[in-house]
Every structure is written in C-alpha cells, then in structure tokens.
Unconditional design. Sequence first.
Length: 307
Amino acid sequence: MNAVIPIPKPHSGTRISLRSSAALGWQGFGAELVSVAAGVHRIPAQPHHRVGIHVGAPVKAHCLCNERRHVRLQSPGDTDVIPAGLDGQWADDANCTIFSVWFADALVRKTFEQMALRASEAHIRPQFQMRDTRFQHLAWALRAELEADDASDPLYAESLSTAMIVRLAEGAPALEGKRSKRLAPRTAARVVEFIESNLEQRLTLSELAALADLSVPHFKVLFRQTLGVPVHQYVVQRRVERARALLLQGALSASQVALETGFAHQSHMAHWMNRLLGVTPRELVRGATSDAAADSQRGGALRLIQP
C-alpha cells in the first residue's frame, strides 16, 4: 500500500501530463492533470482504481467500459470511475483536460475493512458521469494541492484521498453517527504526545489512528471533534509553532529549522509561517532582533538618568 503508484500509460491517443504528484510523497494514491487530444484513447486494465474528473469546456465522448457503451456530453465536474481490473476506451470529439486520480487496491480494501462494510458494499463500481457534490469538493481540493507551488503536508492529501474512497463505497455508513463523539482524554493525550515527539518525521493517518485503536475514517472524525481542527491542520500548526520557537532561539539556520520541524524545505516552511503567523521567517527574526536592540537602548538610557 505504501508504494508510489506509477502513472498509467495509454495504449493510444495523445496525453500530455501538465502536473503530476510523483514528486509530492503521496503513498498509496496519486493524481495527474492531463491534456488529452481529440481521438480514440485506450487504457488497459490496471491494478489500481482510477477516477477521471472532466476539467474545462464540454466535449462529446463515446465511452466503453466493462462492455458498456455510453455517449454523453462531458461537462466540468463529470466523473468517471474505473475500478481495478477493468480496461477503458473512449473517443473525444475535441481536446480536453482531465484530472485523474488513482488509488491502490490495498489502500481501498484497508479503508473498507476499517469501515466494517458488508461484502456487498465493500467495492467500487464502474460509473459514467457521476455527480456527487461532496466528492467533487474533495477532488478540487486535491487538485489545488497538486497545482500549489508549496503543497501542504502529505497528511492533508492522504486525508482527502481517504475521504474520496469513503464516498466511492457502496452504502458507506455515516461516520458522524458513531456512538463515541470524542477521543478519550488518555487516547487524545497519547496521540498529541506522539505528534509532538515526531514533528520532524513524516506522519501518516494510519499510524496515528493505530495509536487510538481506531479506523482511519473514524479517527479523523473523532480527532476533529476533540481538538477542534482536522489532523493535518493540527500538525501544520504545531510545526509552525515549533519553527517559530527555534528561529527565535537563533541557534539554527532557517533551512535547518525547516528540517527539524518536518517541512519539506525552507520555502515550504516560509509559506505556512506567512499563512498562519502573517510573517516570513526572515521578518520574524528581523523583528525579534529589532525589539532586542530597542530594549537594550532603553535599558542604557535608564542607566544614564539614574542618580
């Protein structure tokens, strides 16, 4: 499940990758923004599940999947779901852009097991032109991550992918209806302590949920109810606060602080500090230095006027 999935290659038709998640550290799932030329396209059966969301101007498409034919006008947001093991073929009458997302079958099966779905529900079925508002919001959020100059922590993308899988499940239960509404105080303390002790490491939803002895979908709900923010947001906030403290201490360079607090690089840290604190690392240090100098001058002036 942790292997990075290669981008599926078509057997025919021209596809140009505009953006890819290959270098973003996403594991068990991936995404790509693709420019697709008019004409016939064939993609053989893959070991992972594929979802294609139409972007841009409408185009007329002729599709074939699982021996089912479908002719439609493909509009922005229209979503095609191709489960693992099924090939696909379609013909577009004009160039178009597709936001393609794929999930490892092992990740999907693990998520379904954690949701305790019945056998009749624990699968992804092929769909043409699926319209699901909540799924579409999740897809656009993942696309924003793909296109961002400084993407969020991979934990955020993992949260989005898990939520998308839940939306694709047949008869998925409402997680908010679980009996327990919050993490037990001792469990919450254990999770928070683990996060604090491992901010410099790559954190995953699976390991955090395991600490609470919960499924990933249920853990995400209870964590937010307990801490007031989603898991990924809490982790980013704590990394920013840790980075601020280290920068003010002045013992490490900004690049070293970024590594010590789990950011991918210095500009990634600067992006989130500016977003959450309203200042860049350089502005933070410069402001602290100016304040210290002003305090020193005030102290000297006081000593001069003392009798």
